[in-house]
Structure formats: structure tokens, C-alpha cells
Ligand binder design. Sequence first.
Ligand code: NAD
Ligand code: MN
Length: 332
Amino acid sequence: MHSLCVIPGDGIGPEVTEAAVTVLQAVLPDLHIEHAEAGWGTFQRCGEAVPQATLDAMQRCGAGLFGAVQSPTMKVEGYRSAIITLRQRLKLSVNVRPVRSRPLVSPKPGVDLLILRENSECLYSGREHLSAEGVAVAERVITREACLALAERAVKVAKERGAWRITLVHKANVLPLTCGLFRDTCRAVLKDAGFEAIVDERLVDVAALQLTEAPERFDLILTTNLFGDILSDLAAHWAGGLGMAPSLNWGNGCALAEPVHGSAPDIVGTGRANPLAAMLSAALLLRHHWGLNNEAELIENAVERFLAKERQVDFAGQTTRRITMGVLAALG
Ligand code: NAD
Ligand code: MN
């Protein structure tokens, strides 16, 4: 039996996770579910964004579904974004972010790429301080260990999807030590695995332009944390926007599915949250963490069929409900 820890979080998080759980249960009827809390609301109630009980529940289940959390943009003493804490504390070292053209919602057909992003360090290492009045410093930490973890997952994913190109995205011309370590470590692992012929490199700024101009030129992209964060939101445009962008935080023995979008305070409570990103994130958990490829495809194909037969994306304030009913119907 599979266990899932559901962490709804703030804003539209509870709305989209509920929809995704309904769909997950349709393909996995004996799924055992636990609920746990995290986020800004949790921090305000109990002084911690990620209580120990939530970490314990995640460890117990070995798998989770996260909604979204809200974070203030100014420094709040003792607060740190819950999702970043979860990634680091649970050692969810790799983030999987596929981007595919979908009927109805995509601005362009033919895009099918996957960004694998390092998930625990880089400028998100949490080492930020004021070194003097008017001087703020953030340390960009890159370790061989984290690059190895990323590259090893890339080998697995490249085999599974029959990758035809692997693009390493970095900025080694300006950051030769950090980006150089990333590039050289990834290259060595990919070479050992027999992928040398399809490995390619791009500087991050050029990659951003090309992802805008010709996203179909990319297949598997490997990059560091901050670059991957930005490029994956950009690439999500081709899938139909943030409401369509899934991700999986992937560790050893533990994984956390997470829609790329945030808590969307502007639409919370209106019924307009698109739950497809959360549903497709659940599908990533099925495929990559539990190895349940058939169940993952059932969900992905149901989403595809649902979109193919819809005529308009505007669900007149009934988005979450209409989409959930539609996907359940397409599942049969
Ligand atoms: P956001 O993703 O919450 O919203 C950006 C825009 O996209 C908004 O107009 C929103 O309505 C729309 N949108 C997002 N998800 C949608 C969905 N499922 N269906 C329909 N529309 C959707 O990003 P933001 O506005 O920059 O940030 C809001 C809050 O979320 C901030 O506090 C931020 O820190 C937080 N955030 C959290 C995460 C996370 O939990 N992983 C990620 C990004 C931002
Ligand atoms: Mn992001």
C-alpha cells in the first residue's frame, strides 16, 4: 500500500491539493492519506513554518503532495519559506519540471522538454547576510555531491524518456568555479553513462532567449537551483502557464509533488484555481518515485483528453470544480 502526506499550505494550496487527491484516489483506490501543515498560516499560529510533526509525517509516508505557501518579501525573523525548508530538511535534492504542449491551453504545439534542477543549494543555501552598512551578500554554494545527485537522476530520466539532447545550462564564463564544478561534474557522469554525444551546453542568458524563441530545440535540461527556478517558470508559458506546470522534489526514498505556482492570493476562494498543475505533479510522483508508470499515464492522458474536448479555458468561476469533474470523467 502507498502512503501520501498531504500538505495543503496557504492560499489556493488546499483547493488544488483536494482536487489532485480526488484524482489520485481514482487511480490508486487503496492510497493511505495523512494530512500535515506548513506555511505562513502555520508560522503565524505556532511560530514555525514547518513543524517537526510535518517532517515526521513526510518521513513516515516517504511521499507527499504539497499545495503552495505564501511568503512575505521582507525579512521576518525566524521565518523561512516552508517549501525550501522541506526540500533541504528532507534532502529532496533534485527538482523535476516537465513542460509539454497541451491542447487548448498551449500557445504552441510540439514542446516536450524536461528541466532537472538542483534543489538544495546555490543561492538558496540560506547564507545571506549584511557584511557592512549598504552591503548585502548571498553565498552561491555548489557542491560536487549535489551535482552528482543531479547528474545521476539525469541519467535515469534520460534513459526512461529516450532523450535526444541533454543541455547543461550555466554561466561558467562569469562564475568559473561554481558553474565550472557543476558543468564538469555533470559532464563526467553523463559521459560514463554513454550520453556524451548528446550533451550540449548553453549560457543561462542565451538559454532564456532560446527557450522563448524555439523551445522545441530542447529536450532534457540540467541546471543549478536559481537558474532552474527562473527558466522553468519561463518554459511553463509553453505548457499554458503556471496553472499547468507540475514539479516533483525528488530525494532518496522520499519525494514531494508540488505545482510550480504559488498561493495565488488574488484568486483564492473564487473557485478559479486551476488544479491541473497539482494533478500532473501527482502523476510525476507516481512515475518517478513509485514507479507506477501506468497510473501516471492514466492521469496525464485523462488531462489531455479533457483539454482536447473543452472549447474554452474560462470556466466562469467554476474552474477547480469543472476541471476536477472533467478529468474524473475522462478517467472513466
Ligand atoms: P503565484 O504563482 O501565486 O501567482 C502568479 C499569478 O498566477 C497570479 O495571477 C495567480 O492568480 C496565477 N495563478 C497561479 N497559480 C494558478 C492556478 N493554479 N490557477 C490559476 N491561476 C493561477 O505567484 P506570486 O503571485 O508571485 O506569489 C504569491 C505568493 O506565493 C507569494 O507569497 C510567494 O512567495 C508564494 N509562492 C510560493 C511558491 C510555492 O509555494 N512553491 C511558489 C511561488 C510563489
Ligand atoms: Mn519558482
